[in-house]
Design a protein around this ligand. Structure first.
Ligand code: DGI
Ligand code: FE
Ligand code: FE
Length: 402
């Protein structure tokens, strides 16, 4: 197997790292890419306000998730787990032990490449791994590279490859950290990483979570979920706004509800229960057991108490999974948007989409009944609020057409 190794302090990981990682996988046809966040050497002072390693590891994991190459990209904490500075030669020795027979390629930027002969134990590095250096455009840097490549080949028998990064994001980490401390710089980051930075107040960011602008609110929400759910959440935001405009609800409330509705979807049962406890959310027997029923409760609490969302948004998120009797217009809009957003694809979705824009209550009833049918088929107990939603919608429809 051909394995790329991409080390760095990732302080923080940004879009430039993502582009480089993608380019390396494609350019070198890697079977695996291992991201290796570096430990901070005790003697080398990292810039002020450098987050501790657990934060850097968490951010690199978000980046790996967003690269969306499962089975290819992975994160290794092997340098972080060792105490003190890790030499690359030692890391490569460790990886060679772990993956005998694999072909290793060490990825690096120009600066690193040009100083490779000054590293600790260059001979071991070049013996255990091919060297892959990133360039900006094909042929760019060739003069700079050539002398060093020829030197390394001659002196160490190094194997050197070049990969160009098509959509290079031109920012240094130093400048990015400065921008972040001044409340800017989000555009250079994966939203999930930016949200993580904001929520943990890293790099001197000190935004008030109750007063975020929309890109920041989205970033925070996306930082709490897996990358594969982001498209769904974006779809729900879009659909909720569209439905709100159509039915005369407040589109901005619908937008905020859409952005945050699934923000706690990936919390484990114990974390869900802890949040319910913290915010005084009472749970019935079924809710205690079914973790899927809890994310609407905890998501509503996070929206209200962390992001300062108003009562209407809290309620809409609270009821978005089961529904309930006598839902408000905004409650229905979020429930429906969740059901029919553009990424949803199931039999009958087109019919449901049409109905959602002609008779909202009938669309709701169809949706709730479909959920009940599915749950019944799977042998999952139906929550009483789901049944109450159905009965209440039937009543309302009957009253409308006596
Ligand atoms: O979070 P999403 O996946 O976007 O959608 P959602 O919030 O509607 O959650 C869907 C999940 O909730 C699905 O796994 C089924 C579950 N669910 C919805 N209604 C009921 C329910 N589970 C039980 N046990 N009873 C219900 O009435
Ligand atoms: Fe949900
Ligand atoms: Fe959802």
């Amino acid at each position: 197997m051909k394995i790329g190794i991409y080390g760095g302090t990732y302080n923080p990981p940004h879009l430039g790292h993502m582009a480089a990682a993608r380019a390396a996988v494609e350019g070198l046809k890697l079977d695996r890419l291992v991201l290796v966040p570096a430990a901070v050497p005790p003697h080398k002072r990292l810039p002020d306000g450098t987050p501790d390693q657990s934060h850097r590891l968490a951010m690199v994991e978000k980046m790996a998730d967003a690269l969306a190459m499962p089975g290819v990209v992975e994160v290794s904490s092997l340098e972080l787990d060792r105490s003190g500075k890790s030499y690359t030669s030692e890391t490569l020795e460790e990886l060679t032990r772990r993956r005998p027979g694999d072909e290793l390629w060490l990825l690096m930027g120009t600066d690193m490449f040009l100083t490779l002969h000054q590293w600790h134990d260059t001979a071991t590095v070049t013996r255990l791994a091919g060297i892959c250096v990133f360039g900006r455009t094909p042929g760019d840097g060739e003069e700079t590279f050539r002398a060093q490549r020829e030197f390394l080949e001659r002196e160490y028998g190094a194997r050197v490859a070049e990969v160009t990064i098509p959509d290079l994001v031109d920012i240094s980490s130093t400048r990015l950290r400065e921008e972040l401390s001044r409340g800017r710089g989000g555009e250079y980051l994966l939203p999930a990483v930016y949200g993580y930075i904001l929520m943990n107040r890293l790099y001197g960011t000190d935004v008030v979570l109750k007063q975020l602008d929309l890109p920041q609110l989205r970033a925070c929400s996306y930082s709490m979920i897996r990358n594969k759910r982001v498209a769904h959440v974006m779809g729900v935001e879009e659909e909720a706004v569209r439905l709100a405009k159509f039915w005369g609800a407040d589109p901005e409330l619908a937008r905020h509800a859409g952005i945050l509705h699934d923000c706690t979807k990936y919390l484990e049962l114990d974390e869900q229960l802890a949040l319910c406890e913290k915010y005084g959310m009472e749970l019935d027997d079924l809710e205690q057991k079914m973790v899927k029923l809890l994310h609407s409760k905890t998501g509503a609490c996070i929206a209200k108490y962390v992001f300062g969302e108003p009562e209407e948004v809290y309620q809409a998120i609270l009821w978005h999974t089961t529904g309930k009797a006598d839902m408000t217009l905004l409650d229905k809009i979020l429930y429906m948007a969740d059901y029919i957003e553009p990424n949803r694809d199931f039999e009958g979705v087109e019919e449901l989409r049409r109905l959602a824009y002609s008779d909202l209550d009938r669309a709701m009833l169809l949706g709730v009944e479909e959920t009940i049918r599915e749950m019944t088929q799977r042998g999952v107990p139906i929550h009483s609020n789901t049944l109450a939603a159905r009965d209440s919608l039937k009543e309302a429809i009957k009253r409308g057409n006596p």
